[in-house]
Unconditional design. Structure first.
Length: 133
């Protein structure tokens, strides 16, 4: 299992890395939107089982812009990578925008804990791939 993490806070990257490694999940992380889009394009197979994205990334691309880019790339392949948006603040507008997408979930960082985090990750990863938990 492979997860792409879009996060610019090193302490959060270390936390997600610790929790995901504990659940036997490999990670790749990017600290800004440009790096994330490059990593996705570099991975020829686009084999990410999940993308965890902060909405407020440093640089010229927000987490939402990166996800929109990646989803545009996936339209060509008929694959849909689930997304877990993690942020300090998630406004109603962004929730409304993604409301109809069953493979997008939100979690505020202030409510994060190992059990809640892993539960959200599990709920988004395809059932056939959950055996690693």
């Amino acid at each position: 299992m492979k997860v792409l993490i879009l996060e610019d806070d090193n302490s959060m990257i270390k936390l997600y890395n610790h929790w995901l490694k504990k659940a036997n999940i490999d990670i790749e992380y990017c600290s800004n939107g440009e790096e994330a889009m490059g990593s996705y394009l570099k991975d020829q197979n686009h084999n990410f089982d999940l993308i965890i994205a902060d909405l407020h990334l440093e640089g010229s691309k927000t987490g939402e812009q990166v996800i929109n880019f990646l989803k545009g790339m996936e339209v060509k392949s008929d694959e849909t990578t689930p997304v877990l948006f993690l942020s300090a603040f998630i406004d109603k507008e962004i929730r409304t925008k993604f409301k109809k997408e069953k493979n997008v979930k939100f979690m505020e960082k202030k409510n994060i804990g190992y059990s809640n985090f892993i539960q959200r990750v599990e709920s988004l990863i395809k059932p056939s791939k959950k055996s690693g938990f």
